[in-house]
Ligand binder design. Sequence first.
Ligand code: PLP
Ligand code: TYF
Length: 397
Amino acid sequence: LFAAVELAPRDPILGLTEQYNADTRSKKVNLGVGIYYDNEGKIPLLKAVRKAELARVEAAATRGYLPIEGIPGYNQAVQKLLLGDDSALIREGRVLTAQTLGGTGALKIGADFLKRLAPQAKVAISDPSWENHRALFEYAGYEVISYPYYDAATNGLNFDGMIGALESYPAGTVVVLHACCHNPTGVDLSPGQWQRVVEVVKARDLVPFLDIAYQGFGDGIEADAAAVRLFAASGLMVLISSSFSKSFSLYGERVGALTMIAADKDESLRVMSQLKRVIRTNYSNPPTHGGSVVAQILNTPALRAEWEEELAGMRERIRAMRAALVAKLKERGVRRNFDFVLKQRGMFSYSGLTAQQVDRLREEHGIYAVSTGRICVAALNDGNIDAVADGIAAVLS
Ligand code: PLP
Ligand code: TYF
């Protein structure tokens, strides 16, 4: 059976990290993978996380199975992060949440759930989108199509193209939307544009699946939830996948959640009962540690305040790196206008570099970026930014 198995291609982004790790040059920079590094180039262990972990060890928590849908206090906290502390939808019992294995787990559980309800529906993702969106939905059995999103000519959004595509889809098409900090481009919609998208999704009876993996990295926790809240207020059925990998710097703990908004409490209970079936047949129930830590932080005011401060610190450091990169490219006489980098949100920038320029950056300068030109701005720091600016200036001249 295995004899005929072909070698699968590597994930282009995770594969890049393998290549970077194997690079023996002393001066090298990995701007490929979407991970937040601190100014020392390390993945931070947040102070709030450390305190919650110590408290957990101290409490000698036992490790029984969690409920299928995860920790109740975690799920409630996730709902408030998404919809606000004072959400009428939550009070009315219309919101249901399950703790999942990262944002990826939430997407997969949501995909499997929807597939059983509407086996013929297609899934539409942005062009471009997170590397794993297409593969994940295809593996769940869907035909995946894409709607226009990025406009290379303006380094911005092709909003008319996006709306035109959404208007052409048949009812029931699942539309995956990045709620903030679009991966890979960094290009987000304005509040007015989001309102228009909500109108079209509603008018065409599409199924919105919002992916929020960077809440707090754009303009702040509340501001970054604006699109989620617009959809929630629209009366539509909504699916939301949350990832806390970046915002709590807990990548390997696999902390995420799938939230859905139903028409009423009864529908919500029925939906949850089916969702639990999907979870049970996949991995039975989620792991304890990461979810407990996040719940502890979100539900303890002092820890929560500390986390919000640390998250703001990450957000502001990325902003500072965007500004420094643009300034340093100017200093080096680069004539192309990179001001668009300042407008982009979150960890990434679609730099506009070509695949050939990315190859030269890697081969000649030891700087790793994704072949599409995506760079992870959150991997820049005071120690590597000059080398990166030198490298980019060199490949552009
Ligand atoms: N969705 C988007 C848009 C992402 O960029 C990521 C990044 O990892 C994920 C989902 C997956 O998150 P997680 O690592 O928590 O599975
Ligand atoms: O886009 C990124 O770099 C992150 C990390 O299959 C990632 O979201 C990349 C690819 C992948 C899983 C995670």
